[in-house]
Design a protein around this ligand. Structure first.
Ligand code: SAM
Ligand code: SF4
Length: 315
């Protein structure tokens, strides 16, 4: 289905939980946030029905996110249920990968297509400082297990944080030198925990091109601009929501763990999907797509208009 600005909406990001085993400094407060009760969270059946209604409107790709999707009990079953929805031809997941190693093969068997793994540093002490609770070795074990389970085209998501990891751009990019994966550098967005951070923390992804000058632009892939270096097996992506607004090509909608459709990550607008079924559910999703704004308004240091934190929406 096309929105008011002609964008063809084919991609649904579904947050399966607001809980997380980490507390990344830019995403969640150290002591966590008040969690939704189990009754407030969508059941697997409700999620499947939402995906089916979205598919009837043209959605073809679903990404399971969180919080941390791997803390949701029964996640492998949910992957199977979503993958079985007629019309859905891709089911992906965004994860911090610290809990991935034991379940990577089961996720693949259940029908998961691809993984995005969040990894902001290759330094163990720094990883602990950023995630507060995670362990770098667990995340790297998860990444290795994904490869062994047969996942291809894995993407590494690395959020740039000035003064924290911007001295690691080259080693992080070089993860793509000998491996078939894309390392994507993402500009930090002013929302939730980091909304009021000083300007110096917000680094342009152009810094990556200075750190790795041999990168050559080879095209685009959704919201990411793709680069390759001579002889490298994988690629580097830049996601620049702050310095290069890409709202005009945004083809996604989001659903929170408590069943609210968010037409835009950075808008306060939400449409309730809870308690709806059949045509009513499809109509509510249609209304959400119709309400998708032209773009975000995070210019000149202004923070996101979203009323929700990242762990509630899933990125
Ligand atoms: N827990 C999973 C993970 O970390 O991959 C999935 C949810 S997490 C909210 C999704 C992505 O959003 C992560 O890659 C994270 O680094 C990113 N993220 C969180 N807060 C952000 C912010 N303020 N700006 C840019 N990216 C952010
Ligand atoms: Fe958890 Fe992901 Fe947020 Fe980190 S970025 S606190 S791993 S939801």
């Amino acid at each position: 289905m096309r929105d008011e600005f002609g964008r063809d909406i084919r991609y649904l990001r579904l947050s399966v939980t607001d809980r997380c085993n980490c507390r990344c400094v830019y995403c969640m407060p150290e002591n966590g946030v008040p969690m939704l009760s189990h009754a407030d969270i969508l059941s697997f059946e409700e999620m499947r029905d939402i995906v089916a209604a979205a598919a009837s409107l043209g959605v073809r790709k679903v990404r399971l996110t969180g919080g941390e999707p791997l803390v949701r009990r029964g996640i492998v079953d949910l992957v199977g249920m979503v993958a079985a929805v007629p019309g859905i031809d891709e089911v992906d997941m965004t994860t911090n990968a610290t809990l991935l190693a034991p379940v990577a093969a089961s996720l693949r068997d259940a029908g998961l297509t691809r993984l995005n793994v969040s990894l902001d540093t290759l330094n163990a002490a720094r990883y602990k400082a950023i995630t507060r609770r995670g362990t770098l070795a667990d995340a790297l074990a998860g990444l290795a297990a994904a490869h062994d389970a047969g996942f291809a085209n894995t993407k590494i998501n690395c959020v740039l944080i000035g003064g924290v990891n911007d001295d690691e751009l080259r080693p992080l990019a070089e993860l793509a030198r000998d491996r078939d994966l894309t390392v994507r550098f993402i500009e930090l967005m002013r929302m939730g925990e980091c909304a009021g951070w000083p300007k110096g923390r917000f680094v342009s992804a152009d810094e990556v091109l200075s750190a790795v000058p041999e990168l050559v632009r080879v095209g685009g892939q959704g919201v990411s601009e793709l680069y390759q270096a001579p002889g490298w097996k994988g690629s580097v992506g830049l996601i620049r929501p702050m310095t290069h607004r890409f709202c005009s090509s945004c083809d996604r909608i989001r659903v929170t763990a408590d069943g609210r459709l968010k037409p835009c990550l950075h808008s306060a607008a939400e449409v309730n999907l809870r308690g709806l079924s059949g045509q009513d559910l499809a109509e509510a999703i249609r209304a959400g797509i119709a309400a998708k704004p032209r773009g975000h308004r995070m210019d000149n240091g202004r923070a996101s208009d979203s009323l929700r934190a990242m762990n509630e929406i899933g990125g």
